[in-house]
Design a protein around this ligand. Structure first.
Ligand code: ADP
Ligand code: MG
Length: 246
């Protein structure tokens, strides 16, 4: 019993995992393999970075992990349960509830204010009646998360009136409002200068440390990647090497 216990504990702590993921895209007649047997797992509350060159399949992997796309082979597991093969509506619900996404180019809706942008994920989750009933509550949740991101003074501004760093902080606020279990960040500093990028990394580290949020960040930049707790490298369609971050 005592021999198997540590093993069990370890297994139970795996929050999200990819097992032997294969993914290829079609280009005309050709099938271009991108992921060829990717195995990776992240523990609950861990901050993992996946580093790799442009075109190595980082975004593809993140999309598979976050149920934005389906693998050709292999499995995605959440707490040991397979989730990639669930019916579409279940996948959509799960994605909405479990994952928060942050992208390189923010993807804020230009015609909406920051407050409205941040509320959007809650709006998508419920019926119009439910939304109407909850609107004050939703608004205060959005205010709270925008304040936490240092954007309390910007809530009525539109994205075009903000700096890149502010837009990314708003995008993080939008990712957090649904209280996700796992934050998936795709080159979150890729469009920012070094100093602003560092502020975003510091913010992610803080969220990870304070709120024990599980974070997977992909980046092509080694110096950014090294700031996570653990790094894995994606190369030639596989996870190549494990390196301990500083
Ligand atoms: P990364 O994020 O590491 O730059 P991607 O996952 O975006 O890499 O892309 C990996 C490879 O797959 C690239 O060669 C890219 O051109 C190709 N690719 C990505 N998405 C598609 C798609 N929807 N259709 C066809 N090819 C794609
Ligand atoms: Mg990419």
């Amino acid at each position: 019993m005592s021999e198997i216990l540590p093993m069990r504990t370890e297994t139970a702590q795996v929050h999200l995992g990819a097992i032997a993921l294969d993914k290829a895209y079609r280009k005309g007649q050709h099938r271009v393999p991108v992921l060829r047997g990717v195995d990776v797992s992240i523990g609950r509350g861990e901050f993992l970075s996946i580093v790799g060159q442009s075109g190595s399949g980082k975004s593809t992997l993140l999309h598979l992990l976050g149920l934005l796309d389906t693998p050709d082979m292999g499995e995605v597991r959440l707490e040991g349960q397979r989730i990639d093969d669930l019916p579409q509506t279940t996948r959509d619900e799960l994605r909405n509830r479990i994952f928060g996404f942050v992208f390189q180019f923010y993807h804020l809706l230009p015609e909406l204010t920051l407050l409205e942008n941040v509320i959007t994920p809650l709006l998508i989750r419920c019926s119009p009646l439910e939304y109407w009933r909850q609107r004050k509550n939703f608004r205060s949740q959005a205010m709270e998360v925008l304040e936490k991101m240092g954007l309390a003074h910007r809530i009525h501004h539109r994205p075009s009136e903000l700096s890149g760093g502010e837009m990314q902080r708003a995008a993080i606020a939008r990712a957090l409002i649904g209280k996700p279990e796992v934050l998936l960040a795709d080159e979150p500093t890729g469009n920012l200068d070094a100093r602003t990028g560092q502020e975003i990394i510091d913010l992610l580290s803080e969220l990870n440390e304070r709120e024990k949020l599980t974070i997977i960040m992909v980046t092509h930049d080694d110096s950014i990647a090294r700031q996570a707790e653990r790094i894995v490298r994606l190369s030639e369609g596989r996870i190549q090497a494990l390196e301990e971050a500083a």
